[in-house]
Each structure stands twice: as C-alpha cells, then as structure tokens.
Design a protein around this ligand. Sequence first.
Ligand SMILES: C[S@@+](CC[C@H](N)C(=O)[O-])C[C@H]1O[C@@H](n2cnc3c(N)ncnc32)[C@H](O)[C@@H]1O
Length: 272
Amino acid sequence: MAYRLFEGKKHASIYQQYRFAPPVELKDAIVQYLDSKKAPPHELAVDLGCGTGQFTRLLAPHFKEVVGMDVSENQLEEARVVPGEPNITYRQGSAEDLPFEDGTVDLLTAASAAHWFDQSKFLPEANRVLKPGGCIALLGFSETNLRFIYKDCGDGINQIYQEVKQVLQPYTTNPVAVSENKLQDMFSAIPYPDKQRIDEFKTKTLLSVRNLIGFIRTWSMFQTYERKDPQGAEDLLASIQKRILDLMGATSPDTEIERDWAYFCVLASKPL
Ligand SMILES: C[S@@+](CC[C@H](N)C(=O)[O-])C[C@H]1O[C@@H](n2cnc3c(N)ncnc32)[C@H](O)[C@@H]1O
C-alpha cells in the first residue's frame, strides 16, 4: 500500500519552509562509505522520497548527476524553484518502480522517507539498479535522546513537545513507528553481507520557536489532524507557542532554542 500523505500543495510549501537539511557531516560519512566501496568519480545518485530536495542538494558536488524522486508532484514543484545545482533533476516516481537501467546507479539515498516504502518491492528494485559496489543510505532522525536547551527551561520545553506528540499519537501511522525503530526490519532484510547502521549521529541546531512550531506543522500526523479538525490544529499550535514563550520568558517567536538530537543511517553496499 502506498502512503500519499505529502501530496497537498500547502503541505509541500510548509515542507519547503520548515524542513531542515540533514547534517552535512552525515552526508560526508555517506559519501566516504561509498568512496570506500567504489572508487570515485561517481556518476549517478538518486535521492528517493526527496520531498523539496533538502538532502538532494547536498549530494550535488559529489556526482556527475543527481536525481531527486518523489511520488508527490507538489513536493517536486517546490524543489525545482530552489536555485540549485545544474546537475540535479527532479522526477516524479516511486521507490518501488525505478526508471533506471540495471546496474547504473552509484548511490541510492532516502532521507526521512524509507519508512514509507514498500520494503518487499523497494529492496529488489534497489538491487537491480545499483552498480556492483554501489550503496544504499537510508537516514532519518531519532528523537529518543532529543534535548532542548534554553537557559534553565529546556526540560520544560521538552515536556511540552512530548505532550504534542501524545496529542497527535492517534493520527500516527505505522510507518512513523518504523522510522522511530530506526528501520530495523529494512536493515535486517537488506540481502548484502556488507551493511551497517549508524544508530546515533549526534547533531545540534539552533532554531526559533517559530520554526519549531513550523516543523511540527510538517509532520504527517499533524496534517492528518488538521484535515479532521482545522480549528483544533491551529489552537494546538497557538497554545504550545504561547506556553513555550511564557516558559522562556520571551515574547518574540524568533527567539532561538538549541536542539540536540541525532540521526540514524542504514548503509549497505551491493557486492562486487
Ligand atoms: C517525510 S518526507 C521527507 C522528505 C525529504 N527527503 C526530507 O528529508 O525532508 C517523505 C517523502 O517521501 C515521499 N514518498 C513517500 N512514499 C514514497 C515512495 N514510495 N516513493 C517515493 N517517494 C515517496 C513523500 O511524498 C514525501 O515527500
């Protein structure tokens, strides 16, 4: 079953505004892994479930050609308007049916997206298109050890954030839980002996209260809730913004908080 939760034009535009790129250092670790399996120069990287292209753009300097693919045309439209690298193209398509010849892809990536794929179709398709020595890198963020830091009220901010997740729990789909499980099933099912999972790639970001609220807006479960109860969804965001600002003793939503969190990444290389 395909999940089509990111299709709306408004959702795509919120994505473009509030989703952040994964850490450059993690992208570097992925490219180094590929370099160690298959000597550069590399020709083709394909970023699956690319959304509005935050991770796709990071790959551009390392490949002759980069293709961002997504099932949602609205996400791709947002990606195409970002001034970018001339070697990137965006194409509509699904991870389960890739429009590439056998053995032509150096690197297949998916950032916060592989949990939406049909594993039983995606893995054979990945194996078909990868070159020998080519790699898969499936990354996402994990909120298990998430911490907010702002004066002495980081724990309070975290508590409010966890409360929002609880409120949205009934609108959470199974794939989101799969991502929180760091793609354990997908990792086990990859048929290559050469595979590893980075469980905790720690990172720090400064983000404004406005952007934290915007980030919550991008969640599929928030979007589902908003479709069901638009007023309730707006009220929820307004109330948590106020509670966070009150706790911080701040008035401007542009006030920044530090967020410490981590990514995971499943890496695998097709045998030579
Ligand atoms: C959570 S977003 C991640 C977007 C982006 N990679 C990022 O890091 O922000 C997941 C994306 O995967 C896309 N998607 C879901 N299922 C897909 C599939 N089977 N094939 C390709 N894209 C898919 C959605 O349309 C959505 O844009």
